[in-house]
Design a protein around this ligand. Structure first.
Ligand SMILES: Nc1ncnc2c1ncn2[C@@H]1O[C@H](COP(=O)(O)OP(=O)(O)OP(=O)(O)O)[C@@H](O)[C@H]1O
Ligand SMILES: [Mg+2]
Length: 251
């Protein structure tokens, strides 16, 4: 089932940079879709379109639609706050709040009006388990989050996004600053999470793209060159440019 359908999306920044050109693709529910390709290809731009974070920068959608469960989220009527709750985002550098581990997870819920301690505790435990961090922090929930390692902070950010009960999770190079062991933990968490969520990942390397993807989309200078099942794209790409990139002939 398609969770998101992108139709003929073209987009320019205010300075005239054309960052996406007539992109059409689907994002399958309960799967990991990776957006990969060289720098400047438009991967982050597309990711940010999916929860309208681009509204915060000067961009102009020249044309196109993004249907989330059939509704065009680019429509001016869209409730952007509600959209961002449904489509959560995790960034390259973990940005923990200057609060305790627990505080990082309950902050959003408290803002949304949740006061019941049992509900908050439940959300803390559940989201930490989903992000594969519970065992490591269960005895220190009231320590400052900043005391966690980089890999733990990144999983805390993932947990924070999950505590909002999103439907889709966007991750932009979430393991770019992490060592291989922490990277492995984040990747393992994503494999579990896809059972419940739809995941869109910009990987930090072709290897990570190949390891994690159910579906993959190769972007080059704003153009979607090839889209397909991960196994196909990384072992038997149809397009010469995809093949050259996957085999490391250009970066
Ligand atoms: N805020 C902005 N204002 C103007 N141009 C921008 C802005 N953000 C990105 N761009 C341009 O849009 C194009 C696509 O950038 P984007 O960040 O989406 O690429 P990317 O594929 O994520 O690259 P990377 O792998 O380096 O993260 C680039 O040409 C970039 O310079
Ligand atoms: Mg990027």
């Amino acid at each position: 089932m398609n969770k998101i359908i992108i139709e003929h999306l073209s987009l320019q920044y205010a300075d005239g940079t054309e960052s996406l050109r007539d992109v059409s693709m689907s994002i399958v529910a309960n799967a990991i879709t990776v957006l990969f390709g060289p720098a400047g290809g438009g991967k982050s731009t597309l990711l940010r379109c999916l929860n309208r974070l681009n509204d915060l920068t000067e961009v102009r959608v020249a044309s196109g639609k993004i249907l989330l469960d059939g509704e065009n989220i680019l429509d001016p009527q869209t409730d952007v706050i509600a959209l961002r709750r449904r489509v959560g985002m995790v960034f390259a550098r973990p940005v923990v709040l200057p609060l305790t581990i627990r505080g990082n997870l309950t902050y959003g819920l408290e803002l949304a009006g949740e006061k019941r301690k049992s509900r908050l505790d439940e959300a803390v435990e559940h989201s930490l388990k989903l992000a594969a961090l519970w065992e490591e922090v269960r005895d220190r929930l009231d320590d400052p989050a900043i005391a966690l390692s980089g890999g733990q902070q990144q999983r805390l950010c993932l947990a924070r996004s999950l505590a909002q009960q999103p439907e889709v999770i966007l991750l932009d190079e979430p393991t770019s600053g992490l060592d291989p062991i922490s990277t492995g933990k984040v990747e393992a968490a994503l494999q579990e999470l896809k059972k419940e969520y739809t995941i869109v990942l910009v990987p930090h390397s072709v290897q990570q793209a190949a390891r994690t993807s159910d579906y993959a989309a190769f972007f080059l200078q704003g153009e979607l060159v090839e889209y397909g099942e991960g196994k196909e794209i990384f072992t038997n790409p149809k397009n010469k440019r995809t093949e050259d990139y996957v085999e490391g002939r250009f970066g």
